[in-house]
Ligand binder design. Sequence first.
Ligand code: BG6
Ligand code: MG
Length: 219
Amino acid sequence: MIKACIFDLDGVIVDTAKYHYIAWRKLANDLGFDFTEQDNEKLKGISRMDSLDLILSWGKVEKSTAEKEALATKKNEEYRSYILKMDESEILPGVLPLLEDLKNKGIRLAIGSASKNAPVIIQQLGLSHFFSTIIDGTKVEKSKPDPEVFLKAAVELDVSPSTAIVFEDAEAGVEAALRGGFHTVGIGDPSVLKAAHFIIPGFAQHNFPAILQGLGITA
Ligand code: BG6
Ligand code: MG
């Protein structure tokens, strides 16, 4: 019996990776190096500071802690200039009908995201009313693949992980969900997300009954 669904945000509900890429690339270019969209894939699901450390290592640039704080703040200001222009047209295909179906069925919904911008993105997309709680990067001490973000969401929703599904597009997020004991659906590339219990390309072709079937759960 499934009582709750916990959604990662970036790459599951909306494609923000393109905006992260523009903002991180600007920072790298200002520091005198570049990185590709393929490199950008490695930043999915990981925190802002871990992303910065990785990017600086690609450019072989060393910075003090204070300088890194300033760079991360600057990148976030640039990133926010894009996300503050987003609206419901950027919700990924199939997400809205799925959320409506889950809500009608009385299934409790949460966001479990590494992003400190998660609440403002959900608001921009007009989805706030669907989610009982948003556990974002400001509410956890340990990043994915630690299960903390999803376990906190389950506590807030008052459900046990064995009665909840996590939807994730990042390898670290899939690992976090599995470690937390959740039914785990990977959204995206099967070669990256192979540890998940069920993998789909997105929600356009897969409604809730199809997802339950894929997980081997009888409603
Ligand atoms: C995750 C993204 O959801 O959030 C990562 O996949 C990003 O790429 C992380 O680094 C942190 O985001 P923010 O909005 O707090 O900088
Ligand atoms: Mg993601």
